[in-house]
Design a protein around this ligand. Structure first.
Ligand code: LRH
Ligand code: MN
Length: 388
């Protein structure tokens, strides 16, 4: 069995990145239900993220989304983060809400529109410089809705041209991570629809370009842990966007819909050096809390990642490999299920107490009275959202 103190050390070193937009209002095309106390600006979003880190101890990074988190002074925002005990993580670009991007952004037929998109991406690299972020996270809504609407190969050429311009701009210690998504908002072709397309572009771009695996962006039935294992083998896994789903890109709390899938994914991460800081995999949540209280949902999500990580780290790898080598199908499967069926909550409660935290982060947060405080204070102004 793995050494419990080594497992605890790895858990204590875990750094989960929470999304600034997960603290803001969000919804579907049907309705966005506002909630009392929602932040009105990126400074308040960071304050909420700091609450998640304060009670879990493993969420020190906050991902920004531009322009949703646009401010006049990004260095001041980064300093505010530091005062709160958190850091700015990945900078997410947004080329999916401007009217000019209806037919695409970096893959748009019109070179002037493509230039506008590239300008935005270059602005995001400037924001990385100003905030000390080392990662530009790129997701493109670009695609088509009808056969014949545009040329698939020509769009790939335009996409790669734009990615190359951004790649050239990156500093030595900076990188870009390219996210794929099967569909939505485009419903016929999406220009980066799957891991293979992202991987192929990243391979051609160079070592500073890696793939983002958003767990909600695959066709039903996709074996995501295979993709994760393959990308780790190739040294091309850059980041996760963790969430869960029952149907499409539901963006529900990670581990809520399919905790076994999350375990299988993190088992591949644990077994293939994905938790080693040197591998440089970012573990971000990308969720929308449309009806649930946002900060408790974020805390629960961090706990779900911790629980799945703990189970993955408890897999008896020597026994697993021995059974696999012997062709002992059921034996090998049983080794994995033993870890998955382990109740790791007592171990995590102990770890939190060793870290000087309360054993139950949700209860610890409730005890702060922070939810009532922000509901009372954050009156007036415009609540943050997706600004569409
Ligand atoms: C696209 C996506 C992407 C973000 C957005 C908030 O569906 O997963 O990662 O930019 O959600
Ligand atoms: Mn995502």
């Amino acid at each position: 069995m793995p050494d419990p103190s080594a497992v605890k050390a790895a858990l204590q070193a875990q750094e989960i990145e929470t999304p600034s937009w997960g603290y803001a209002n969000s919804g579907t095309r049907f309705k966005v239900f506002a909630q009392a106390g929602v932040p009105r600006d990126p400074f308040e979003k960071l304050a909420d993220a700091a609450q998640v880190h304060a009670v879990t101890g493993v969420a020190p990074l906050v991902s920004l989304h531009i322009p949703w988190d646009r401010v006049d002074d990004y260095a001041a925002l980064a300093a505010h983060a530091a005062d709160l005990g958190v850091r700015i993580g990945m900078i997410n670009s947004n080329t999916f809400q401007d009217d000019d991007f209806k037919l695409g952004s970096v893959a748009h037929p019109d070179p002037a529109v493509r230039r506008k998109a590239v300008e935005h991406l270059l602005d995001c690299v400037d924001i990385m410089d100003a905030t000390g972020s080392d990662s530009l996270k790129l997701w493109f809504a670009d695609g088509t809705n009808y056969p014949g609407q545009d040329d698939i190969v020509a769009r790939q050429d335009r996409l790669f041209e734009a990615l190359s311009q951004i790649y050239e701009r990156l500093g030595d210690d900076q990188r870009m991570v390219l996210e794929y998504k099967l569909f939505e908002p485009a419903f016929y072709t999406t220009d980066v629809p799957d891991w293979g397309t992202s991987y192929a572009h990243c391979l051609k771009l160079g070592p500073k370009a890696k793939v983002v695996v958003d767990t909600g962006h695959h066709a039903p039935g996709t074996n995501i842990e295979f993709i994760v294992a393959f990308l780790l083998r190739e040294g091309k896994l850059g980041a996760f966007d963790f969430n869960s789903r029952f149907y499409a890109d539901d963006d529900l709390m990670v581990g809520a819909a399919d905790p076994f899938q999350l375990f299988r994914i993190l088992h591949e991460v644990a077994k293939n050096g994905g938790f080693d800081r040197a591998t440089g995999v970012a573990f971000m949540l990308d969720q929308c809390h449309n009806i649930e209280a946002k900060i408790p949902a974020m805390i629960r999500s961090v706990m779900n990642v911790q629980e799945a990580t703990t189970k993955a780290l408890l897999v008896d790898l020597p026994a697993l490999r021995e059974a696999q080598a012997a062709g002992d199908v059921l034996g090998a499967h049983a080794v994995l299920m033993d870890a998955y069926d382990t109740d790791v909550r007592p171990m995590l409660a102990d770890l939190r107490e060793e870290m000087g935290l309360g054993p139950d982060p949700v209860a610890a947060y409730r005890a702060t009275g922070y939810a009532e405080k922000i509901a009372a204070e954050r009156v007036g102004g415009v609540q943050a959202g997706w600004g569409a």
